[in-house]
Design a protein around this ligand. Structure first.
Ligand code: ACO
Length: 428
C-alpha cells in the first residue's frame, strides 16, 4: 500500500486502487473496479474483511471495546440519555434540544396504536407460537395496512413509516406476549413514556391498575439503548440488502427480525439464560467450561465472544451493573446471577478464552435482568428486535437517501458442476 492508494497484482497486471479514509477506524481499499480490471472477484464469506457500505451512525473499535452512536459513547448514552433521545439521535444525527425532543416523543406516541384488524392476525397463530414467529408475520403485515407510507422515494412517507415502526413495535411485541398467556390485549397509553407504556401493555390486566416501577422502567430503557444499533451486524445488513431492492420498510424490518432470531445473533440472550439455568449451580461451571473448550463438542458459552469485540463488550459492563440494580430493587436472590458472575470470572482467567479474546457480550447479563422483570425467555429476542428497530430504520433511511445506493448483489466462487447435457429420466 503506498500513500492513499493500494497496488494489487492480479490478472496479469498491477492495478492501483484508492484507499479511503473514514473519520476514524481502519482505512478501506476501494475495489469496485477490481473485476473490470482483473476479471477476478474477492472472496470473503462472512464479510470479515469487507465494508459493505459507508455509514455515519455507529462506530465500533472492537479491540478497545468502544461503541459510539453519532460520536457519543454508549456508556454516556445509557447512563444519561433516554431511548427516545437515542432514537432521535440515530435518525437525525444530532442530539435534540428540549422542544425538539418533546415534539419527537409526541409524534411517536401518536403512532402507537395498530390497525384493529391486525388483532385477527394474532388469533391465527397457535398459542404456543414463538413470539418471534408472530413478530416476523405481523411486522411484515404492516405493509398491508399502511399503504400511505410505503413509497420509498418520498422522504415524507419514509419518515412516517420510520415513526410508525418505532411506535408500533412495543404494541406488537406486548400483543405477542399477551396472546401467548391468553390475556386480553392492552391498548397503549400515550401519557406514559415509551418504555413505561410498553411495560404496562405487557404486564397490566384489566382487573387492576398497573403502575410501572421507575427502577424497572429505567433498567428497561437502558436495555433498549444498549440494543438500539450496532453498525453492519447480520440483521442490519439483512435490512439494508432487502431495502436495496426497493422493498417497503415494513417488509425490510420483517426480514431483519427473521435474521435476528438466530441463536448466533439476537437469539443468544435466550440461549445464554437457558445455559445459565442448565448450569444451575457454581460447582457445575468447570464441567461447562471444559465442554466449551472441547473441539469435539459443539457446545459454546452463550453470551461469550463476538465477531467484532476482541475485548469486553462495553454494553456488557452497563448490563452487569443494571442486573445488580434490578435484582436489588426487586429483592430477587437469583442463583443464576451468581452463576453468571462466577462463570465470567473463570472464563476471563482461562487461557482458552484469553487466547481467543472471548469476553462477555451484551447478551450475557441481559437475560438475568429480563427474567427478573418477569419476561419469559422466548420474549427476550422480541425485546431486542423492538430496540434494534431504531437502528434498522435509521440505517435503512441512510441507505435509501444515499445517491450512490444500488441493489446489493454479492458474487460467488462457483464450485458446482460445469456445463453438461440433460439426460431424460428413462436414460439415467
Ligand atoms: N465459546 C467457546 N468457544 C468459542 C465461543 C464461545 N462462545 N465463541 C467463539 N469460540 C471459539 C471458536 O470455537 C473458534 O475456535 P477455533 O479458532 O479454535 O476454531 C474461535 O473461538 C473463533 O470463533 P468463530 O466462531 O470463528 O468467531 P466468529 O467471529 O465467527 O463468531 C460468535 C462470533 C458467533 C458471536 C461466536 O463467538 C459465538 O457463537 N458466540 C456465542 C453466541 C453469542 O453469544 N452470540 C451473541 C453475539 S452478540 C449479538 O448478536 C448481540
Amino acid at each position: 500500500m503506498a500513500g492513499n492508494s493500494a497496488k494489487i497484482e492480479a490478472g496479469g497486471g498491477t492495478h492501483d486502487y484508492a484507499v479511503l479514509d473514514g473519520s476514524v477506524g481502519p482505512q478501506v481499499i476501494d475495489i469496485r473496479k477490481l473485476y473490470a480490471d482483473t476479471g477476478m472477484f474477492t472472496y470473503d464469506p462472512g464479510f470479515t474483511s469487507t465494508a459493505s457500505c459507508d455509514s455515519g451512525l455507529t462506530y465500533i473499535d472492537g479491540d478497545q471495546g468502544i461503541l459510539l452512536h453519532r460520536g457519543y459513547p454508549i456508556d454516556q448514552l445509557a447512563e444519561q440519555s433516554s431511548f427516545m433521545e437515542v432514537a432521535y439521535l440515530l435518525l437525525n444525527g444530532e442530539l435534540p434540544d428540549k422542544a425538539t425532543l418533546d415534539s419527537f416523543v409526541t409524534t411517536i406516541s401518536r403512532h402507537t396504536m395498530v390497525h384493529e384488524q391486525l388483532t385477527t392476525f394474532y388469533r391465527g397463530f397457535r398459542r404456543d407460537a414463538h413470539p418471534m414467529a408472530i413478530m416476523c408475520g405481523v411486522v411484515g403485515a404492516l405493509s398491508a395496512f399502511y399503504h400511505d407510507s410505503t413509497d420509498i422515494n418520498d422522504p415524507l412517507q419514509r419518515k412516517i413509516a420510520s415513526h410508525r415502526l418505532i411506535a408500533k413495535m412495543p404494541t406488537l411485541a406486548a400483543m405477542a406476549y399477551k396472546y401467548s398467556v391468553g390475556q386480553p390485549f392492552v391498548y397503549p397509553r400515550n401519557d406514559l413514556s415509551y418504555t413505561a407504556n410498553f411495560l404496562r401493555m405487557t404486564f397490566s390486566v384489566p382487573a387492576e391498575e398497573y403502575i410501572p416501577d421507575p427502577v424497572i422502567v429505567d433498567a428497561m430503557d437502558k436495555i433498549f439503548i444498549l440494543h438500539a444499533d450496532h453498525e453492519q451486524n447480520a440483521s442490519t445488513s439483512t435490512v439494508r440488502l432487502a431495502g436495496s431492492s426497493g422493498a417497503n420498510p415494513f417488509a425490510c424490518i420483517a426480514a431483519g427480525i427473521a435474521c435476528l432470531w438466530g441463536p448466533a445473533h439476537g437469539g443468544a440472550n435466550e440461549a445464554a439464560l437457558n445455559m445459565l439455568r442448565e448450569i444451575g449451580t457454581v460447582d457445575k461451571i468447570p464441567e461447562y467450561i471444559a465442554r466449551a473448550k472441547n473441539k469435539d463438542d459443539p457446545f459454546r458459552l452463550m453470551g461469550f465472544g463476538h465477531r467484532v469485540y476482541k475485548n469486553y463488550d462495553p454494553r456488557a459492563t452497563v448490563m452487569q451493573k443494571t442486573a445488580k440494580d434490578v435484582l436489588e430493587k426487586l429483592g430477587v436472590k437469583d442463583p443464576i446471577f451468581d452463576v453468571a458472575k462466577e462463570l465470567e470470572q473463570i472464563a476471563l482467567n482461562d487461557p482458552y478464552f484469553i487466547e481467543k479474546k472471548l469476553y462477555p457480550n451484551v447478551d450475557f447479563y441481559s437475560g438475568v435482568i429480563l427474567s427478573a422483570i418477569g419476561f419469559p425467555t422466548d420474549m427476550f429476542t422480541v425485546l431486542f428486535a423492538l430496540a434494534r428497530t431504531v437502528g434498522w430504520v435509521a440505517q435503512w433511511n441512510e441507505m435509501i437517501s444515499d445517491p450512490a445506493q444500488k441493489i446489493g448483489r454479492p458474487r460467488q466462487l462457483y464450485t458446482g458442476p460445469t456445463q453438461r447435457d440433460y439426460v431424460p429420466v428413462d436414460k439415467r
